[in-house]
Write a protein that binds this ligand. Structure first.
Ligand code: PGA
Length: 256
């Protein structure tokens, strides 16, 4: 049984006050004893500390949205993975399509960051997903396999206990164009099959694969009830408790 993960990617949003109050509202829904689902929020780096304070004592986990593949040193503007663990973060999102698209991150960079995150004690949420033109050209499976091969290069089956995959079709991110339940399930099956071939059937059965891209309260139940969809990585709807909490509830309903 794969425990669902509902993760909020706040992107470059919120301010000090709203980050704290948003985290507090979500933390209220996630007591330390909650064991049906895992809930994670990933605020902007500068607000991590206040979000961690708001989440303190609850079961709400906190992650970074990106991190460096380098150890601490002369890397202006970067955040080391060990700095995230030092603060108390449990996770880091790596290879989000906005990082790939706007900051030129290729699979090789995502791979070095993933290795550094795992070595620092973080769990990595590694994002993959095809562009609209790639889907229309029938290249979805090839693109996903190539991103997985590059992003997870050199990792062992043991390393995979600290890796979560997020399937985020780029055409569905922030566009309101959600993948259909069938499109999501088909991509997740493709990713799970790849995991089995590259690692083994235990890794394929245990790895959580999240769907991301315009997840909202009204489509969450359908997506999350797909056999191979183990949670959601939520952007816009994670910024409002009245939208994110029903998505948490939809995840919990799949294990009830
Ligand atoms: P969205 O973003 O839910 O706003 O589409 C998802 C993501 O980019 O992680």
């Amino acid at each position: 049984m794969r425990r669902p993960i509902l993760a909020g990617n706040w992107k470059m949003n919120t301010c000090r006050e709203s980050a704290g109050s948003l985290a507090a509202a979500i933390a209220e829904q996630v007591p330390a004893s909650r064991d049906d689902v895992e809930v994670i929020v990933c605020p902007p780096a500068v607000y991590l500390d206040s979000v961690l304070s708001a989440a303190s004592g609850s079961g709400l986990q906190v992650g970074g949205q990106n991190a460096s593949d380098q150890d601490p040193g002369a890397f202006t503007g970067e955040t080391a993975c060990t700095m995230l663990t030092d603060l108390g973060c449990s996770h880091v999102i790596l290879g989000h399509s906005e990082r790939r698209q706007f900051y030129g991150e290729c699979d090789g960079v995502v791979n070095s960051k993933t290795k550094k995150a795992l070595a620092s004690g973080l769990k990595a949420i590694v994002c993959v997903g095809e562009l609209l033109e790639q889907r229309e050209a029938g290249e979805t499976q090839a693109v996903l396999e190539s991103q997985m091969t590059g992003s997870l290069a050199d990792l062992s089956a043991d390393d995979m206990t600290s890796v979560v995959i997020a399937y985020e079709p780029v055409w569905a991110i922030g566009t309101g164009k959600v993948a259909t339940n069938e499109q999501a399930e088909e991509a997740h099956v493709c990713l799970r099959t790849w995991l089995e071939g590259r690692f083994n059937s235990d890794v394929a059965a245990a790895t959580r694969i999240l769907y991301g891209g315009s997840v909202k309260p009204d489509n969450a139940a359908g997506l999350l009830s797909q056999a191979n969809v183990d949670g959601a990585l939520v952007g816009g709807a994670s910024l409002k408790p009245e939208l994110f909490i029903p998505i948490i509830d939809a995840g919990a309903a799949t294990v009830a």
